[in-house]
Structures are given as structure tokens and as C-alpha cells.
Design a protein around this ligand. Structure first.
Ligand code: UFG
Length: 340
């Protein structure tokens, strides 16, 4: 019998690509999403990419115990991947309570309902932002943590809750995956990143400049201690991240307890590197101008991704050119996003 994986936030950017990957590998997939930051139109597209339907899709909030209980009662859930969360750093500073409520409260409600239904296998969506302003890169899973905003604090808090739960409930198996900067899109062009309003992240902003929806990119600072002075990040193709989740599900039973892994490429890319790569992939110029640093930004975040490679043999296979090419295909096919 195929395994059933419940995916919270399954209509979001990383969630939708992960659902597509799981369906393509024969899993039964159940989505729970409240669609506050995702389009319900995505659900059909996930099925289309795999040529198979989802086993279920529910509009529900992860803080809603009754709704979650109904979902768990309707499906024999073997494992959960928990993406559903707020994720904008700037917004988290303005609305910290909401971030704790959804990200931490939602995780506790989910854990409690999982326990009621004797589900003890979980993959948790974490972030390299738990490291804050890294003194040295690359970052291993053991590098110091020092979150600098409420969003990153909620992710670290969840990791600590999960660690404690695993220390006291012997049968629990939890994998926390710390993503670096997921970008790109499904190669079919059916799934991609569809931010609401003005994009806060670099790649979707650049894509909208290329397609003519925005005039020019503001480069936030060129006086960082990096080779060209602009911020350096570890951009990782969302399909690699999706595969990482599928492989994580396959390895949930390696042992009980909690484990943390980085999902990144190990390669640092500056803002100007990315602009050049996107211009090349799209054949369009990317007008840009340097402006002041963005408050809260850090110089460089790059993964040491060797632990996950050693544990599971998982490494990324898609380079920056592929990330730009796929993001550009999605942008061209959806100049205005999914249009709800
Ligand atoms: N940048 C610009 N102009 C823009 C947008 C971004 O120059 O319009 C620069 C930033 O200064 C930074 C780089 O591009 O140097 C990447 O910025 P992003 O906003 O794309 O990504 P961040 O690394 O700031 O943040 C992302 C996610 C967070 C997550 C974090 C982990 O937005 O949710 O990665 O590092 F926590």
C-alpha cells in the first residue's frame, strides 16, 4: 500500500513542488492549506504535473484542532510534512504575535492531533535564518544559532519544541530541514513562485523586471564584505528542495528522535551574479541601481550541505542557470501570477 503523506501548506511555493514530487513517486498526498498566501488553483496543477490526483485537499488552518482532527480521521496518515507558516521577515517584525501564533501555535496543535492519531513521523520546514548574522560561512547544522527577527525565532522555537518532544516521546521521528534560498520553478512551467504584491525576495523581483512588470531592481547595498560588495546567498532550486523532502520521508525511519539537516548547494551567489545569470537566461536586460542596505540583511549565508549528502546521498543537481531558466519560464507563462 502506498504511504499517505499529509502536507500542510501544500499549496505554497515549496509545498506545491513537494506535493508534485511525492505524487510523481507514488505517494498518496493530502493537502491542508488555508490559502492566506497561496492560490487554490495550484491544487489542480499539482495533479496535472504528476498525472494523478491528490488524495485530498482541505482549506483549513493548522491552528484549527477540529478541522485537523477531521482530516486525520478521513485519511490513514503515515507521515506529515509541515510547511504551513508565515515566512516574511519584515512582516514578522511588524506582527510578531501573529507569527508566534501561527508558526509555533500551529505546530503545537498539529503535534497534538498527530499524537491523538498515533502519527509519529514528521518533516519540519525550518530555515537557515536561525543562524542570524553568520560570522563565518559555510554554515553547518552545528554553527551557532542567533535569530535576529521574530520569523527566525519562531523556526528555532519550533525546532526546540520538536527536540524536547522527541526526547520524551520515544517513538517520534522528526527531521527538520533548514532551507537556504529556494528559487526557480517546476520545469513544466505549471508551478512556481507567486508572491502577493511587490515581491520581497530577489529572484521573483528580478523575474518581474525581466518581464516588464517592474522598472528596475534596487540592489540593497554594495558595501558588504563580499567579493563584489553585494549580499551573498545560497540559492537552491525548488525542485532540489522538493526532492530533498521526498528523500527525507524515505529516511524518516532510519532512527527515532530529532535530526536537523541543511538543504543548500554550498555555493554562494551575489545579487549581481544572480542578475547576470537571469539576464543571460531570459535574454532581457535587468535594469538595476544600488540603493542603501535593507535593514536586517546579512552579508552572506551559504550552506555546508555535506551532512545530508553523507546521510542520504542527497545533493543538489540544478545550477543557477537552471534556476533562472525555470523561474523565467514560469514568469513568462504567468506574467500576473496564478491570477487567484
Ligand atoms: N535583494 C536585493 N533587492 C531586492 C531583494 C533582495 O538586493 O529587491 C538582496 C538582499 O539584500 C539579499 C539577497 O538579495 O542580499 C537575497 O534577498 P532575499 O530577500 O531574496 O532573501 P533573504 O536571504 O533575505 O531571505 C530569504 C527568505 C527568508 C528566509 C531567508 C533565509 O525571504 O524567509 O531567506 O536566509 F528566512
Amino acid at each position: 500500500m502506498p504511504e499517505t503523506v499529509l502536507v500542510t501548506g501544500g499549496a505554497g511555493f515549496i509545498g506545491s513542488h513537494t506535493c508534485a514530487e511525492l505524487l510523481a513517486h507514488g505517494y498518496e498526498v493530502v493537502v491542508v492549506d488555508n490559502h492566506v498566501n497561496s492560490s487554490p488553483l495550484v491544487l489542480d496543477r499539482i495533479a496535472k504535473t504528476a498525472g494523478r490526483p491528490l488524495a485530498g485537499a482541505y482549506r483549513a488552518d493548522v491552528r484549527d484542532r477540529r478541522a485537523l482532527t477531521e482530516v486525520f480521521a478521513a485519511h490513514r496518515v503515515d507521515a506529515v510534512i509541515h510547511f504551513a507558516a508565515h515566512k516574511a521577515v519584515g512582516e514578522s517584525v511588524a506582527r510578531p504575535v501573529e507569527y508566534y501564533d501561527t508558526n509555533v501555535g500551529g505546530t503545537c496543535t498539529l503535534l497534538s492531533v498527530m499524537r491523538d492519531h498515533r502519527v509519529d513521523r514528521l518533516v519540519f520546514s525550518s530555515s537557515c535564518s536561525v543562524h542570524g548574522d553568520a560570522r563565518t560561512v559555510p554554515l553547518t547544522e552545528h554553527s551557532p544559532v542567533a535569530p535576529t527577527n521574530p520569523y527566525a525565532h519562531t523556526k528555532l522555537t519550533c525546532e526546540r519544541i520538536l527536540e524536547d518532544v522527541c526526547a520524551h516521546l520515544a517513538q517520534m521521528r522528526v527531521l527538520a530541514l533548514r532551507y537556504f534560498n529556494p528559487v526557480g520553478a517546476h520545469p513544466s512551467g505549471l508551478l512556481g513562485e507567486d508572491p502577493r504584491g511587490v515581491p520581497g525576495n530577489l529572484m521573483p523581483y528580478v523575474a518581474q523586471v525581466a518581464v516588464g512588470r517592474r522598472e528596475r531592481l534596487s540592489v540593497f547595498g554594495d558595501d558588504y564584505p563580499t567579493p563584489d560588495g553585494t549580499g551573498v546567498r545560497d540559492y537552491v532550486h525548488v525542485m532540489d528542495v522538493a526532492e530533498g523532502h521526498r528523500v527525507a520521508v524515505e529516511h524518516l525511519d532510519d532512527r527515532t528522535g530529532m535530526r536537523v539537516f541543511n538543504l543548500g548547494t554550498g555555493t554562494g551567489t551575489s545579487v549581481l551574479d544572480l542578475v547576470a545569470a537571469f539576464a543571460e537566461a531570459s535574454g532581457r536586460p535587468i535594469p538595476h541601481q544600488v540603493v542603501d542596505r535593507r535593514p536586517g540583511d546579512v552579508a552572506a549565508l551559504v550552506a555546508d550541505a555535506s551532512a545530508v549528502a553523507a546521510a542520504w546521498g542527497w545533493t543538489t543537481t540544478r545550477d543557477l542557470a537552471a534556476m533562472c531558466r525555470d523561474a523565467w519560464r514560469f514568469q513568462q507563462l504567468h506574467p500576473d501570477g496564478y491570477t487567484r
